[in-house]
Design a protein around this ligand. Structure first.
Ligand code: GTP
Length: 437
């Protein structure tokens, strides 16, 4: 962990396959000094040995993160963390990661900001931003999931002779796409870069004298620091529960909102079990209090191990987390081979919870851009459709509305190993009361 006192931002790198996410971010990390020259030279050798040539060395940096992740190896922290002059960044998902979408919704942590990499190479631009392109899909998801800050890296400028005309052309079409998805493009930087050659990543270079805007690193610095939801009521989704001899029940999880102190009276939902926080720890250090963003383990007196499990949420006894038997949600169908109909029961992933859930009713199909209804009671939904639906988890689920608790009120619907849809909770239409079973 860095001793840096800079504010911290979680960032995701998005974009269509082969637009150069790995190359761009790998090179950015090298230029920022997050990876040393010796490591990169070793990658260059490996890269050449495979016949891919020296240009692939930067992508290799990212690919080795992926490999290590896939093999479950602890990764050198340097590869996931980097600093600009203003911020300390955690790269929360390496490019190309299979489960990027699920992770973005429910994963290790939420993204505060995104880098969208779009190639300016004719053909690649269109593939990325036209309907069905991953550039568009990722922009859409980022917006839906509340990742409001985005920087666009218009990559492979070297491939188009560093021409301003091509930059302007691609910028215009990406702007249109982002507007259609709901972004305020006035706040978005479009940085012309070459992930391969390094132009405008950290150093400006001489190839694009016509460009007066920020480099990619400067554009990252232009992000706003995220607001910590400390003032909200306490919500801690439970990751795991341990029973420690002599101590008792020790749940662990991340404080998503609010604060937690010893002697606080808390309630576990859905069970409704009430207990008292005795002590709080993080990385074997005792804490006097924990707040939004902290990963903690805590001793919970008065709650039996049977009354608390992964996927539950802890909150103040006088302000318990909501539990839904049914809720209304806005979803986007990301990918389904055919079409889904009411009654479809995929697995819902929200915060730390996983539960089979039936999409019981399709209320309306909506225009993803404006939210306006385009069809009442649609009979089916297919890839690309946005809709208001009712969802019934097969057992009561602790969850909140996206409006009140964005950290907890979003979810992914998964089936057959892929993410079918992503969504946010609008209303809890049928509540569960543990005292009235
Ligand atoms: N000319 C040129 N080629 C680039 C640049 N950046 C990436 N490439 C090439 O584009 C191809 C894809 O690059 P990657 O970095 O692997 O792309 P990616 O988006 O990470 O791809 P996935 O991880 O497969 O999604 C590779 O052949 C790169 O060498 C660039 O700035 N200029």
């Amino acid at each position: 962990m860095s001793a840096s006192k800079k504010p911290h931002l979680n960032i995701v790198v998005t974009g269509h396959v082969d637009n150069g996410k790995s190359t761009t971010v790998g090179h950015l990390l090298v230029d920022l000094g997050a990876i040393d020259q010796r490591t990169i030279d070793a990658y260059a050798k490996e890269s050449e040995a495979t016949g891919k040539g020296d240009t692939f060395k930067y992508a290799w940096v990212m690919d080795s993160i992926k490999d290590e992740r896939e093999r479950g190896i602890t990764i050198d922290l340097a590869f996931q963390k980097f600093e600009t002059s203003k911020y300390f960044f955690t790269l929360i998902d390496a490019p190309g990661h299979k489960d990027f979408i699920k992770n973005m919704i429910t994963g290790a942590s939420e993204a505060d900001a995104a880098i969208l990499v779009i190639s300016v190479k004719p053909g690649e631009t269109e593939a990325s931003i036209e309907p069905g392109g991953q550039g568009r899909e990722h922009a859409f998801l980022a917006k839906t999931l509340g990742v409001g800050q985005i920087v666009v890296a218009l990559n492979k400028m070297d491939d188009v002779g560093y021409q301003e005309a091509r930059y302007k052309e691609v910028k215009d079409s990406v702007e249109k796409m982002l507007k259609s998805v709901g972004f305020n493009v006035a706040k978005v930087n479009f940085v012309p870069v070459s992930g391969w050659k390094g132009d405008n990543l950290v150093k400006r270079g001489d190839n694009m004298p016509w460009y007066k805007g920020p480099t990619l690193a400067e554009a990252l610095d232009a992000f706003e620091p995220p607001e910590k939801p400390i003032g909200k009521p306490l919500r801690v989704p439970i990751q795991d529960v341990y029973t420690i001899t002599g101590v008792g029940t020790v749940p662990v999880g991340r404080v998503e909102t609010g604060k937690m102190r010893p002697n606080d009276k808390v309630v576990v939902m859905p069970s409704g079990a009430v207990g008292e926080i005795k002590s709080i720890e993080t990385h074997h250090t005792v804490l006097e209090s924990a707040e939004a963003g902290d990963n903690v383990g805590f001793n919970l007196r008065g709650v039996d191990k049977k009354q608390i499990k992964r996927g539950d949420i802890i909150g103040p006894a006088d302000n318990p987390p909501a539990v839904a038997k049914e809720f209304e949600a806005r979803i986007i169908v990301i990918s389904h081979p055919t079409a889904i109909a009411p009654g479809y029961t995929p697995v819902l992933h929200a915060h730390t919870a996983q539960v089979a859930a039936t999409i019981s009713h399709f209320v309306s199909k909506i225009d993803p851009r404006t939210g306006a209804t385009t069809e009442e009671n649609p009979k089916f939904l297919k890839t690309g459709d946005a809709a208001i639906v009712k969802i019934k988890p097969v057992r009561p689920l602790a969850i909140e509305t996206f409006k009140d608790f964005p950290e907890i009120g979003r979810f992914a619907l998964r089936d057959m190993g892929t993410t079918i849809a992503a969504g946010v909770v609008l209303n809890i239409t049928e509540k569960y009361d543990p005292n009235k079973k």
